[in-house]
Design a protein around this ligand. Structure first.
Ligand SMILES: [Zn+2]
Ligand SMILES: [Zn+2]
Length: 452
Protein backbone atom coordinates (compact mmCIF):
# COMPACT_ATOMS: atom_id res chain seq x y z
CA UNK A 1 0.00 0.00 0.00
CA UNK A 2 1.35 3.41 -0.94
CA UNK A 3 1.94 5.70 2.03
CA UNK A 4 -0.69 8.41 2.46
CA UNK A 5 0.27 11.80 1.04
CA UNK A 6 1.64 14.28 3.53
CA UNK A 7 -0.48 17.21 4.58
CA UNK A 8 -3.52 16.14 2.60
CA UNK A 9 -5.99 16.22 5.48
CA UNK A 10 -9.75 16.16 5.74
CA UNK A 11 -11.54 18.69 7.93
CA UNK A 12 -12.06 16.07 10.66
CA UNK A 13 -8.40 15.08 10.60
CA UNK A 14 -7.36 18.69 11.13
CA UNK A 15 -9.83 18.80 13.99
CA UNK A 16 -8.36 15.63 15.49
CA UNK A 17 -4.92 17.22 15.65
CA UNK A 18 -6.38 20.12 17.62
CA UNK A 19 -8.25 17.76 19.92
CA UNK A 20 -5.06 15.74 20.60
CA UNK A 21 -3.42 18.93 21.78
CA UNK A 22 -6.23 20.35 23.87
CA UNK A 23 -9.37 18.25 23.80
CA UNK A 24 -10.73 15.19 25.56
CA UNK A 25 -10.32 11.53 24.69
CA UNK A 26 -14.08 11.33 24.09
CA UNK A 27 -13.89 13.99 21.39
CA UNK A 28 -10.92 12.24 19.83
CA UNK A 29 -12.75 8.92 19.99
CA UNK A 30 -15.74 10.42 18.21
CA UNK A 31 -13.52 11.82 15.45
CA UNK A 32 -11.68 8.53 15.06
CA UNK A 33 -15.04 6.89 14.48
CA UNK A 34 -15.65 9.11 11.45
CA UNK A 35 -15.02 7.58 8.04
CA UNK A 36 -13.20 10.76 7.02
CA UNK A 37 -10.42 10.15 9.56
CA UNK A 38 -7.56 7.76 8.80
CA UNK A 39 -5.77 6.80 11.99
CA UNK A 40 -2.32 6.99 10.38
CA UNK A 41 -2.74 10.18 8.35
CA UNK A 42 0.34 12.36 7.92
CA UNK A 43 0.48 16.10 8.52
CA UNK A 44 2.69 18.29 6.33
CA UNK A 45 5.81 17.18 8.30
CA UNK A 46 4.94 13.51 8.06
CA UNK A 47 3.77 13.27 11.66
CA UNK A 48 0.98 10.86 12.53
CA UNK A 49 -1.63 11.57 15.22
CA UNK A 50 0.20 9.04 17.44
CA UNK A 51 3.45 10.99 17.10
CA UNK A 52 1.65 14.18 18.07
CA UNK A 53 0.06 12.53 21.09
CA UNK A 54 3.37 10.96 22.18
CA UNK A 55 5.27 14.21 21.82
CA UNK A 56 2.67 16.09 23.82
CA UNK A 57 2.75 13.45 26.55
CA UNK A 58 -0.95 12.58 26.22
CA UNK A 59 -1.28 9.12 27.71
CA UNK A 60 -5.03 8.71 27.06
CA UNK A 61 -4.71 9.86 23.46
CA UNK A 62 -1.87 7.41 22.80
CA UNK A 63 -3.92 4.55 24.25
CA UNK A 64 -6.92 5.52 22.17
CA UNK A 65 -4.95 5.82 18.95
CA UNK A 66 -3.24 2.47 19.46
CA UNK A 67 -6.64 0.90 20.10
CA UNK A 68 -7.77 2.35 16.79
CA UNK A 69 -4.86 0.69 15.03
CA UNK A 70 -2.24 3.45 14.96
CA UNK A 71 1.01 2.23 13.42
CA UNK A 72 3.69 2.58 16.07
CA UNK A 73 6.48 2.11 13.54
CA UNK A 74 5.31 4.57 10.91
CA UNK A 75 8.44 6.27 9.63
CA UNK A 76 7.37 8.97 7.18
CA UNK A 77 8.49 11.90 9.30
CA UNK A 78 10.62 14.41 7.40
CA UNK A 79 13.56 13.85 9.78
CA UNK A 80 12.93 10.17 10.33
CA UNK A 81 11.50 10.50 13.84
CA UNK A 82 9.36 7.65 15.12
CA UNK A 83 6.60 7.70 17.72
CA UNK A 84 9.06 6.13 20.18
CA UNK A 85 11.51 8.98 19.61
CA UNK A 86 8.77 11.52 20.27
CA UNK A 87 7.81 9.62 23.43
CA UNK A 88 11.44 9.71 24.58
CA UNK A 89 11.70 13.40 23.85
CA UNK A 90 8.54 14.10 25.82
CA UNK A 91 10.10 12.46 28.88
CA UNK A 92 6.94 10.49 29.58
CA UNK A 93 7.96 7.03 30.83
CA UNK A 94 4.47 5.59 30.58
CA UNK A 95 4.11 6.54 26.92
CA UNK A 96 7.61 5.30 26.16
CA UNK A 97 6.70 1.96 27.70
CA UNK A 98 3.38 1.92 25.82
CA UNK A 99 5.13 2.41 22.47
CA UNK A 100 7.54 -0.43 23.24
CA UNK A 101 4.73 -2.73 24.29
CA UNK A 102 2.97 -1.87 21.05
CA UNK A 103 6.00 -3.17 19.18
CA UNK A 104 8.07 -0.04 18.54
CA UNK A 105 11.46 -0.83 17.00
CA UNK A 106 14.24 0.46 19.22
CA UNK A 107 17.07 0.47 16.69
CA UNK A 108 15.57 2.70 13.99
CA UNK A 109 17.65 5.86 13.52
CA UNK A 110 16.51 9.32 12.47
CA UNK A 111 18.10 11.56 9.85
CA UNK A 112 20.99 12.42 12.17
CA UNK A 113 21.66 8.75 12.88
CA UNK A 114 20.28 8.65 16.41
CA UNK A 115 18.09 5.96 17.96
CA UNK A 116 15.18 6.77 20.27
CA UNK A 117 17.31 6.02 23.35
CA UNK A 118 20.08 8.28 22.08
CA UNK A 119 17.60 11.09 21.34
CA UNK A 120 16.11 10.82 24.83
CA UNK A 121 19.59 10.85 26.38
CA UNK A 122 20.51 13.85 24.25
CA UNK A 123 17.71 15.92 25.78
CA UNK A 124 18.31 14.58 29.28
CA UNK A 125 15.25 12.33 29.56
CA UNK A 126 17.14 9.60 31.41
CA UNK A 127 14.05 7.87 32.77
CA UNK A 128 12.97 7.20 29.21
CA UNK A 129 16.46 5.99 28.26
CA UNK A 130 16.25 3.50 31.10
CA UNK A 131 12.86 2.29 29.95
CA UNK A 132 14.05 1.80 26.37
CA UNK A 133 17.37 0.16 27.21
CA UNK A 134 15.81 -2.31 29.58
CA UNK A 135 12.78 -3.22 27.54
CA UNK A 136 12.62 -6.90 26.74
CA UNK A 137 9.30 -8.09 25.33
CA UNK A 138 7.83 -11.13 26.99
CA UNK A 139 7.39 -12.82 23.59
CA UNK A 140 11.15 -12.88 23.14
CA UNK A 141 11.37 -15.00 26.26
CA UNK A 142 8.30 -17.09 25.46
CA UNK A 143 10.14 -18.23 22.34
CA UNK A 144 12.32 -20.41 24.60
CA UNK A 145 9.23 -21.98 26.13
CA UNK A 146 8.48 -23.81 22.88
CA UNK A 147 10.43 -26.80 21.62
CA UNK A 148 12.70 -25.72 18.79
CA UNK A 149 14.11 -27.97 16.08
CA UNK A 150 15.30 -31.30 17.44
CA UNK A 151 14.82 -30.40 21.10
CA UNK A 152 12.56 -32.85 22.89
CA UNK A 153 11.51 -30.26 25.43
CA UNK A 154 11.60 -26.47 25.54
CA UNK A 155 14.69 -24.80 26.97
CA UNK A 156 12.59 -22.87 29.46
CA UNK A 157 9.64 -24.35 31.36
CA UNK A 158 6.60 -22.10 30.95
CA UNK A 159 6.31 -21.59 34.71
CA UNK A 160 9.76 -19.94 34.80
CA UNK A 161 9.08 -17.41 32.05
CA UNK A 162 7.20 -14.99 34.33
CA UNK A 163 9.72 -14.85 37.19
CA UNK A 164 12.67 -14.73 34.79
CA UNK A 165 11.08 -11.95 32.76
CA UNK A 166 10.61 -9.92 35.93
CA UNK A 167 14.33 -10.15 36.66
CA UNK A 168 15.40 -9.48 33.07
CA UNK A 169 13.42 -6.24 32.93
CA UNK A 170 14.57 -4.90 36.29
CA UNK A 171 16.40 -1.60 36.29
CA UNK A 172 17.93 -2.20 39.70
CA UNK A 173 21.01 -4.30 39.00
CA UNK A 174 22.14 -4.56 42.59
CA UNK A 175 23.34 -8.16 43.05
CA UNK A 176 21.61 -8.40 46.44
CA UNK A 177 18.31 -7.36 44.88
CA UNK A 178 18.64 -9.96 42.15
CA UNK A 179 19.45 -12.71 44.65
CA UNK A 180 16.44 -11.53 46.69
CA UNK A 181 14.23 -11.87 43.60
CA UNK A 182 15.54 -15.40 43.03
CA UNK A 183 15.08 -16.27 46.68
CA UNK A 184 11.51 -15.04 46.93
CA UNK A 185 10.40 -17.35 44.13
CA UNK A 186 10.49 -21.04 45.07
CA UNK A 187 10.17 -22.01 41.40
CA UNK A 188 13.40 -20.22 40.59
CA UNK A 189 15.50 -20.99 43.60
CA UNK A 190 16.27 -24.61 42.86
CA UNK A 191 19.13 -26.18 40.94
CA UNK A 192 17.45 -27.29 37.75
CA UNK A 193 15.50 -24.06 37.29
CA UNK A 194 18.61 -21.94 37.77
CA UNK A 195 20.55 -24.07 35.28
CA UNK A 196 17.85 -23.65 32.66
CA UNK A 197 17.63 -19.92 33.20
CA UNK A 198 21.42 -19.59 32.90
CA UNK A 199 21.35 -21.41 29.59
CA UNK A 200 18.55 -19.20 28.23
CA UNK A 201 20.32 -16.03 29.42
CA UNK A 202 23.46 -17.17 27.60
CA UNK A 203 21.47 -17.76 24.43
CA UNK A 204 19.83 -14.33 24.60
CA UNK A 205 23.21 -12.74 25.22
CA UNK A 206 24.62 -14.52 22.18
CA UNK A 207 21.67 -13.45 20.06
CA UNK A 208 22.08 -9.83 21.12
CA UNK A 209 25.70 -9.91 19.97
CA UNK A 210 25.17 -11.81 16.74
CA UNK A 211 22.02 -10.20 15.40
CA UNK A 212 22.34 -7.57 12.70
CA UNK A 213 21.52 -4.72 15.08
CA UNK A 214 23.89 -5.64 17.86
CA UNK A 215 22.68 -4.71 21.36
CA UNK A 216 25.71 -4.75 23.65
CA UNK A 217 23.81 -3.18 26.54
CA UNK A 218 21.23 -5.94 26.66
CA UNK A 219 23.91 -8.58 26.05
CA UNK A 220 25.91 -7.34 29.05
CA UNK A 221 22.80 -7.25 31.20
CA UNK A 222 21.88 -10.85 30.31
CA UNK A 223 25.43 -11.98 30.95
CA UNK A 224 25.55 -10.18 34.30
CA UNK A 225 22.23 -11.65 35.49
CA UNK A 226 23.45 -15.05 34.27
CA UNK A 227 26.60 -14.69 36.42
CA UNK A 228 24.46 -13.95 39.49
CA UNK A 229 22.30 -16.98 38.73
CA UNK A 230 25.46 -19.10 38.43
CA UNK A 231 26.54 -17.84 41.84
CA UNK A 232 23.09 -18.67 43.27
CA UNK A 233 23.41 -22.12 41.76
CA UNK A 234 26.68 -22.71 43.58
CA UNK A 235 25.11 -21.76 46.88
CA UNK A 236 21.80 -23.58 46.36
CA UNK A 237 23.56 -26.83 45.48
CA UNK A 238 25.15 -26.91 48.91
CA UNK A 239 22.10 -26.25 51.01
CA UNK A 240 18.56 -25.05 50.49
CA UNK A 241 18.59 -21.82 52.45
CA UNK A 242 22.05 -20.99 51.22
CA UNK A 243 20.89 -17.90 49.35
CA UNK A 244 20.85 -16.06 52.67
CA UNK A 245 24.52 -16.91 52.98
CA UNK A 246 25.16 -15.48 49.52
CA UNK A 247 23.36 -12.25 50.43
CA UNK A 248 25.51 -12.01 53.56
CA UNK A 249 28.73 -12.47 51.60
CA UNK A 250 27.65 -9.78 49.17
CA UNK A 251 26.91 -7.35 52.00
CA UNK A 252 29.78 -8.07 54.35
CA UNK A 253 31.83 -4.94 54.80
CA UNK A 254 35.54 -4.86 55.55
CA UNK A 255 36.53 -3.90 59.08
CA UNK A 256 38.14 -0.57 58.31
CA UNK A 257 35.22 1.17 56.61
CA UNK A 258 32.44 -1.30 55.90
CA UNK A 259 33.13 -1.41 52.18
CA UNK A 260 31.64 -4.62 50.66
CA UNK A 261 34.82 -5.99 49.10
CA UNK A 262 33.41 -9.33 47.98
CA UNK A 263 30.53 -7.60 46.18
CA UNK A 264 32.91 -5.27 44.36
CA UNK A 265 35.19 -8.13 43.31
CA UNK A 266 32.24 -10.23 42.23
CA UNK A 267 30.81 -7.53 39.95
CA UNK A 268 34.24 -6.83 38.46
CA UNK A 269 34.67 -10.53 37.75
CA UNK A 270 31.23 -10.72 36.09
CA UNK A 271 32.16 -7.88 33.76
CA UNK A 272 35.56 -9.36 32.93
CA UNK A 273 33.97 -12.71 32.10
CA UNK A 274 31.82 -11.20 29.34
CA UNK A 275 32.53 -13.61 26.48
CA UNK A 276 32.76 -11.08 23.63
CA UNK A 277 36.12 -9.39 24.16
CA UNK A 278 35.76 -7.17 21.10
CA UNK A 279 32.62 -5.47 22.47
CA UNK A 280 33.02 -1.69 22.82
CA UNK A 281 30.92 -1.67 25.98
CA UNK A 282 33.16 -4.24 27.66
CA UNK A 283 36.25 -2.23 26.84
CA UNK A 284 34.65 0.95 28.17
CA UNK A 285 33.66 -0.73 31.42
CA UNK A 286 37.07 -2.26 31.94
CA UNK A 287 38.75 1.07 31.25
CA UNK A 288 36.55 2.78 33.84
CA UNK A 289 36.97 0.14 36.51
CA UNK A 290 40.54 -1.14 36.15
CA UNK A 291 42.35 1.93 37.51
CA UNK A 292 40.05 2.25 40.54
CA UNK A 293 41.39 0.83 43.77
CA UNK A 294 38.92 -1.42 45.57
CA UNK A 295 37.00 0.72 48.02
CA UNK A 296 37.25 3.92 45.99
CA UNK A 297 34.72 5.52 43.69
CA UNK A 298 33.30 4.75 41.26
CA UNK A 299 32.25 1.28 42.31
CA UNK A 300 31.85 -1.44 39.70
CA UNK A 301 28.15 -1.42 40.52
CA UNK A 302 27.74 2.27 39.72
CA UNK A 303 29.74 1.99 36.49
CA UNK A 304 27.73 -1.02 35.34
CA UNK A 305 24.39 0.55 36.31
CA UNK A 306 25.24 3.70 34.44
CA UNK A 307 26.24 1.75 31.34
CA UNK A 308 23.17 -0.46 31.30
CA UNK A 309 20.37 1.75 32.53
CA UNK A 310 21.79 5.16 31.65
CA UNK A 311 21.02 6.22 35.23
CA UNK A 312 22.89 9.45 35.47
CA UNK A 313 19.93 11.70 36.08
CA UNK A 314 18.91 10.16 39.39
CA UNK A 315 21.19 12.23 41.56
CA UNK A 316 18.59 13.25 44.06
CA UNK A 317 17.12 9.81 44.59
CA UNK A 318 18.25 7.84 47.60
CA UNK A 319 19.30 4.25 47.20
CA UNK A 320 18.91 1.44 49.73
CA UNK A 321 22.29 0.43 51.21
CA UNK A 322 21.26 -3.22 51.16
CA UNK A 323 19.51 -3.77 47.85
CA UNK A 324 20.11 -0.61 45.80
CA UNK A 325 16.39 0.09 45.39
CA UNK A 326 15.61 3.68 44.52
CA UNK A 327 13.59 5.87 46.83
CA UNK A 328 14.67 4.34 50.14
CA UNK A 329 13.62 6.57 53.00
CA UNK A 330 14.41 4.84 56.29
CA UNK A 331 17.61 6.05 57.94
CA UNK A 332 19.54 4.10 60.56
CA UNK A 333 18.33 5.84 63.68
CA UNK A 334 21.71 5.64 65.40
CA UNK A 335 24.21 6.88 62.82
CA UNK A 336 21.74 8.44 60.37
CA UNK A 337 24.29 7.65 57.67
CA UNK A 338 22.73 4.70 55.84
CA UNK A 339 19.28 4.35 54.32
CA UNK A 340 17.03 1.38 53.65
CA UNK A 341 13.76 0.56 51.87
CA UNK A 342 12.28 -1.00 54.98
CA UNK A 343 12.99 -2.84 58.22
CA UNK A 344 13.72 -6.01 56.32
CA UNK A 345 16.60 -4.47 54.39
CA UNK A 346 17.90 -2.91 57.57
CA UNK A 347 17.77 -6.25 59.41
CA UNK A 348 19.58 -7.97 56.55
CA UNK A 349 22.39 -5.41 56.69
CA UNK A 350 22.70 -5.10 60.47
CA UNK A 351 25.15 -8.02 60.96
CA UNK A 352 27.83 -6.01 59.15
CA UNK A 353 26.61 -2.45 59.70
CA UNK A 354 26.68 -2.84 63.47
CA UNK A 355 30.47 -3.00 63.32
CA UNK A 356 30.81 0.51 61.95
CA UNK A 357 27.53 2.15 63.00
CA UNK A 358 29.15 3.77 66.04
CA UNK A 359 32.07 5.10 64.02
CA UNK A 360 29.68 6.48 61.43
CA UNK A 361 27.66 8.12 64.18
CA UNK A 362 30.78 9.92 65.43
CA UNK A 363 31.70 11.02 61.94
CA UNK A 364 28.16 12.17 61.35
CA UNK A 365 28.09 14.25 64.51
CA UNK A 366 31.50 15.72 63.84
CA UNK A 367 30.53 16.67 60.31
CA UNK A 368 27.25 18.10 61.47
CA UNK A 369 29.04 20.25 63.99
CA UNK A 370 31.64 21.40 61.49
CA UNK A 371 28.94 22.26 58.98
CA UNK A 372 27.06 24.27 61.57
CA UNK A 373 30.20 26.15 62.56
CA UNK A 374 31.05 26.84 58.95
CA UNK A 375 27.57 28.12 58.34
CA UNK A 376 27.73 30.46 61.28
CA UNK A 377 31.13 31.69 60.14
CA UNK A 378 29.71 32.41 56.70
CA UNK A 379 26.78 34.26 58.18
CA UNK A 380 29.05 36.40 60.34
CA UNK A 381 31.28 37.16 57.39
CA UNK A 382 28.27 38.13 55.32
CA UNK A 383 26.99 40.43 58.04
CA UNK A 384 30.40 42.02 58.38
CA UNK A 385 30.65 42.56 54.63
CA UNK A 386 27.20 44.09 54.56
CA UNK A 387 28.00 46.38 57.43
CA UNK A 388 31.20 47.52 55.72
CA UNK A 389 29.43 48.14 52.46
CA UNK A 390 26.73 50.19 54.16
CA UNK A 391 27.72 51.50 57.59
CA UNK A 392 24.32 53.09 58.13
CA UNK A 393 22.48 49.80 57.72
CA UNK A 394 19.66 49.22 60.17
CA UNK A 395 18.94 46.04 62.10
CA UNK A 396 16.01 45.30 59.81
CA UNK A 397 18.32 45.14 56.82
CA UNK A 398 20.69 42.98 58.79
CA UNK A 399 18.08 40.35 59.39
CA UNK A 400 17.39 40.44 55.69
CA UNK A 401 21.05 39.76 54.95
CA UNK A 402 20.89 36.85 57.35
CA UNK A 403 18.18 35.37 55.21
CA UNK A 404 20.35 35.86 52.16
CA UNK A 405 23.20 33.97 53.80
CA UNK A 406 20.96 31.02 54.50
CA UNK A 407 19.86 30.99 50.91
CA UNK A 408 23.47 30.99 49.76
CA UNK A 409 24.34 28.04 51.91
CA UNK A 410 21.36 26.15 50.51
CA UNK A 411 22.42 26.89 46.98
CA UNK A 412 25.89 25.56 47.58
CA UNK A 413 24.65 22.39 49.17
CA UNK A 414 22.41 21.66 46.25
CA UNK A 415 25.31 22.08 43.92
CA UNK A 416 27.55 19.70 45.81
CA UNK A 417 24.80 17.12 46.04
CA UNK A 418 24.37 17.34 42.30
CA UNK A 419 28.05 16.70 41.78
CA UNK A 420 27.93 13.58 43.86
CA UNK A 421 28.51 10.20 42.24
CA UNK A 422 24.92 9.21 41.44
CA UNK A 423 24.68 5.58 42.43
CA UNK A 424 27.06 5.65 45.36
CA UNK A 425 25.32 4.49 48.48
CA UNK A 426 25.90 7.18 51.08
CA UNK A 427 28.46 6.69 53.80
CA UNK A 428 29.72 3.37 52.66
CA UNK A 429 33.42 3.84 53.05
CA UNK A 430 33.82 6.25 55.87
CA UNK A 431 37.58 6.34 56.17
CA UNK A 432 38.33 7.29 52.60
CA UNK A 433 38.87 10.93 51.88
CA UNK A 434 36.69 10.85 48.79
CA UNK A 435 33.77 9.65 50.80
CA UNK A 436 34.30 12.17 53.49
CA UNK A 437 33.10 14.80 51.07
CA UNK A 438 29.87 12.97 50.55
CA UNK A 439 29.56 12.44 54.30
CA UNK A 440 29.91 16.15 54.74
CA UNK A 441 27.15 16.64 52.25
CA UNK A 442 24.86 14.27 54.07
CA UNK A 443 25.65 16.08 57.29
CA UNK A 444 24.81 19.42 55.72
CA UNK A 445 21.56 17.98 54.53
CA UNK A 446 20.85 16.85 58.07
CA UNK A 447 21.55 20.27 59.47
CA UNK A 448 19.12 21.76 57.04
CA UNK A 449 16.52 19.14 57.78
CA UNK A 450 16.70 19.82 61.50
CA UNK A 451 16.46 23.52 60.89
CA UNK A 452 13.35 23.21 58.79
ZN1 LIG B 1 16.35 -2.35 50.22
ZN1 LIG C 1 23.87 3.00 61.75
Amino acid sequence: MAPPRKGDLSQEEKELLLVIGKGSAEEAGRLLGSKNVRVNFLDEHGMTPLMHAAYKGKVDMCKLLLRHGADVNCNEHEHGYTALMFAGLSGNKEITWMMLEAGAETDVVNSVGRTAAQMAAFVGQHDCVTVINNFFPRERLDYYCKSQGLDKEPKLPVKLAGPLHKIITTTNLHPVKIVMLVKENPLLSETEALQKCCRVLDLICEKCMKQREMNEVLAMKMHYIGCIFQKCLGFVKEQEDKLDALIKSLLKGRDTDGFPVYQEKFIRECIRKFPYCEATLLQQLVRSIAPVEIGSDPTAFSVLTQAITGQVGFVEAEFCTTCGEKGAGKRCSVCKMVIYCDRNCQKTHWFTHKKICKTLKEIHEKQELEAAIEKRRQEKKQKKDEAQADPSSKSEEQSESELEATKDADGRTEESVLNKEPTTPPARAASLPKNETSLAEVAIEKVQESEE
